[in-house]
Ligand binder design. Structure first.
Ligand code: 13P
Length: 266
């Protein structure tokens, strides 16, 4: 049995005071709730105060990104060791908001964020390896853009992100990981992917892991859905057999995030 996992990706939101108030409310609301894991992933500057506020409670801490290098002259970067140092258990890697798709930014750039950031599958694979080596659990994201979905290549895009992101990892390493399927067009848009379609694509992801690393890894790896998940639709999402949880953006910024964890806990 895979334990459901509901993770809140706070993205670039919250001050320290707001974040501490939120996790205090969540800790109170989730008192005695077992059967699902709850994770919050604040921005870097909030990690230490949130770790302190969570100490002794059941909610786990995650970061939103990290560098694959261990230390050195990498201005602005944060290492896996630094994340362990502030008590992170998880780290989100390869989120679509960090993945650059086509390299260069055109002169008439329309502010499409996918063009602005640099992660690609090779970088994501390096980050996953560095996180595992440091004892962090990666939440490795994948997902197709609207254009890719409309061109009918969703399954190939996602399977190729999985194969590349998990390159050179062992079955044991992948068994302990979390993968998040986040269709890019469903993120922050209010257009949740139909849960049966989410379930279908997550089935493809699990089949890809099975082909790469065998049954034990495929049956153990937890695969979340992400993209406009809310307290209103989480029950339908969690009812899908392949879906082991949710990676939640906007709805994780409110105390009602606890309702999502409780629903997943059953
Ligand atoms: P929303 O839940 O705001 O759509 O964001 C999803 C997401 O990107 C989580 O990582």
């Amino acid at each position: 049995m895979r334990t459901p996992i509901i993770a809140g990706n706070w993205k670039m939101n919250m001050t320290i005071a707001e974040g501490v108030a939120l996790v205090e409310a969540l800790t109170g609301a989730l008192q005695g709730v077992t059967g699902a894991e709850a994770v919050v992933c604040p921005p870097f500057t909030l990690l230490k105060p949130i770790a302190d506020a969570l100490a002794g409670g059941g909610i786990k801490l995650g970061a939103q990104d990290m560098c694959w290098e261990a230390k050195g002259a990498y201005t602005g970067q944060i290492s896996a060791t630094m994340l362990k140092d502030v008590c992170c258990t998880y780290v989100i890697l390869g989120h679509s908001e960090r993945r650059g798709r086509f390299g260069s930014i055109p002169a008439d750039w329309d502010d499409d964020l996918l063009l602005a950031f640099g992660d690609n599958d090779t970088v994501v694979n390096r980050k996953v390896k560095a996180a595992l080596a440091a004892g962090l659990i990666p939440i490795m994201c994948c997902g197709e853009t609207l254009d890719e979905r409309e061109r009918g290549i969703t399954d190939e895009v996602v399977a190729s992100q999985i194969r590349a992101g998990l390159n050179d990892l062992s079955a044991t390493q992948v068994a302990g990981m979390v993968i998040a399927y986040e269709p890019v067009w469903a993120i922050g848009t209010g257009k949740v992917c139909d849960p049966t379609e989410g379930n279908r694509v997550i089935g493809i992801i699990r089949a890809t892991v099975r082909a790469l690393l065998g049954d034990a890894a495929a049956d153990a790896v937890r695969i979340q859905y992400g993209g406009s998940a809310t307290p209103d639709n989480i029950a339908e999402i969690m009812a899908q057999p392949e879906i082991d949880g949710a990676l939640v953006g906007g709805a994780s910024l409110k105390p009602a995030f606890a309702v999502m964890v409780k629903t997943a806990a059953g």
